[in-house]
Design a protein around this ligand. Structure first.
Ligand SMILES: Cc1cc2nc3c(=O)[nH]c(=O)nc-3n(C[C@H](O)[C@H](O)[C@H](O)COP(=O)(O)OP(=O)(O)OC[C@H]3O[C@@H](n4cnc5c(N)ncnc54)[C@H](O)[C@@H]3O)c2cc1C
Length: 450
């Protein structure tokens, strides 16, 4: 850990250039343009390298931000990147779209704005070079199912240890939700590709359009490989279960964004309602806006309870998106099989619920209608485990997630490990990576013993 520095800190973070809202609603180019080298060095100087390292504690990867920030301050982006890669194989991605728990805990933020830790990570990834070599071949082989951050992290760790890895991915492109979900105006594909290519360069084989469709296929993989990893994420839509969900114009965020990211000919409504207050709702509403829709949010809680990052909410508002808060859809209205509007109830905040957030309570008799010809539901999704046998050997939970050993992430089937959203349910990139690192440790130990 870098030594504590005593210095007077500048209260506000160095700003980064942004694409103008009037322009960006017409394109999918990156919105946040990132630091120049000089700006990154200037921002790095604001780090006080506090003794307690609150940022490190807050990050599920415990990636010692003060250490790589110290290298950036010296202008050594290569060393900064090398340092980050010891903990995180997705620096370019996390520098752009990580939920940055670290910044929430940064003490610099108490008297001004928190250190821009994510943007500094991005600068290290953009300007630094690091070469990582595969380990000495062991002759052992690992099959990874799913090319999301969890699968790639396991591949990275196993290849560095000298094992041969093949990734089996259902879709035509790798990246999981980073590719199929997150829009390119937040995560340009070149930035994502850079992280994945570094992993593939270790000799990892990637088999696209290769879904694993049955438990028998997993058993076949186990015959051919020494261990199997399941990182299939959470791609099955979850619906609210309200009347009218079958109407034309009603879609789920997972399908909508995947179609957009696959370059399909996507149609949006003139008035598009997006239900939810998280990151995926923000992505859906801002994407629909870029396709020309008058798109807006419908969320049953208050603004301060929205799970989406504040910066994303602000950027959405700059793009002209209206937030209909404390509003809960109860019925989708339609004519001739097509959606025409949303019946909603106004809500007020009651006592805190089990999540600690104040519970939204309906206001009696407050029904009203919002006109909309399209609705994108962005409440939640879950792992698609429809391919498991009826009497599966895999233990799963009622949320359709895989049960694993908490120490090793081994599933109930010996030699098969799982991590990421497939285990936690929909979470975040940094949590998927942290969980996958744990699974990778479990796999390496298992291979040592087998
Ligand atoms: C719209 C959206 C925006 C998000 N924004 C953010 C954000 O800004 N920051 C953040 O931290 N998190 C964000 N997340 C969450 C984040 O993307 C996930 O938590 C993370 O990608 C989970 O990683 P994973 O590897 O477990 O699964 P995934 O990334 O979902 O990858 C799973 C992969 O497995 C493949 N697969 C599934 N079934 C099979 C099968 N049977 N055979 C072969 N392959 C299969 C899938 O096609 C996919 O490629 C967002 C999620 C969504 C939906």
């Amino acid at each position: 850990m870098a030594e504590k520095k005593k210095k007077k800190m500048k209260p506000d973070r160095v700003k980064t250039k942004m694409q103008d809202p009037g322009e960006r609603i017409h394109n999918f180019d990156e919105v946040v343009l990132g630091y120049t080298r000089e700006a990154a060095i200037e921002e790095a100087k604001r780090c006080i390298a506090c003794k307690k390292a609150h940022c490190d504690e807050a990050c599920p990867l415990h990636c010692c931000p003060a250490d790589y920030i110290a290298f950036i301050e010296e202008g050594d982006f290569d060393k900064a990147l090398e340092q980050i890669l010891e903990y995180n194989p997705f620096p370019s991605t996390c520098g752009r779209v990580c939920v940055h728990y670290c910044e929430e805990k940064c003490p610099v933020g108490k008297k001004g704005t928190a250190l821009a830790i994510a943007w500094l990570k991005r600068a290290a990834a953009d300007y630094g070079q690091a070469s990582i070599a595969p380990g000495k071949p062991t002759g052992k082989k690992v099959a990874v199912i799913g090319a999301g951050p969890a699968g790639f992290t396991v591949a990275w760790e196993c290849a560095k240890a000298g094992h041969r890895v093949a990734i089996f991915e259902a879709l035509s492109s790798p990246g999981g939700m980073l590719w199929a979900g997150i829009p390119s105006y937040r995560l340009p594909r070149a930035a994502l590709d850079k992280d994945m290519q570094r992993i593939l360069d270790l000799g990892v084989e990637l088999r696209l359009n290769s879904p694993i469709r049955s438990e028998q296929e997993v058993s076949d993989l186990l015959d051919q490989y020494d261990a199997v990893f399941i990182g299939i994420g959470a791609h099955e839509p979850r619906w609210m279960g309200i009347e009218g969900e079958e109407l034309e114009g009603v879609v789920h965020v997972v399908d909508f964004l995947r179609d957009v990211n696959q370059g399909k000919d996507v149609k949006v409504g003139k008035e598009t309602a997006v239900i939810g207050g998280g990151s995926s709702a923000m992505d859906a509403v801002r994407t629909a806006r870029r396709f020309g829709a008058d798109a807006f949010i419908v969320y049953r809680r208050a603004r301060e309870q929205m799970p989406a990052d504040e910066a994303e909410i602000e950027q959405a508002e700059e793009e002209g998106i209206v937030l209909n808060l404390l509003t809960n859809p109860t019925r989708i209205l339609g004519e001739n099989g097509k959606m025409t509007g949303l019946e909603c109830l106004r809500m007020e905040l009651g006592e805190p619920d089990e999540s600690g957030r104040r519970r939204p309570v309906p206001i009696e008799g407050s029904e009203f209608v919002i006109e909309a010809d399209m609705m994108i539901q962005a409440i939640s999704q879950r792992p698609d485990i429809t391919w498991l046998d009826e009497n599966s050997r895999f233990k799963t939970t009622r949320w359709q997630t895989f049960e694993v050993d908490p120490e090793t992430n081994e599933t109930s089937v010996p030699g098969v490990f799982a991590a990421g959203d497939a285990v936690s349910g929909p979470a975040t990139i940094v949590e998927a990576i942290a969980d996958a690192l744990k699974a990778a440790k479990g796999i390496l130990k298992y291979l040592e013993q087998s």
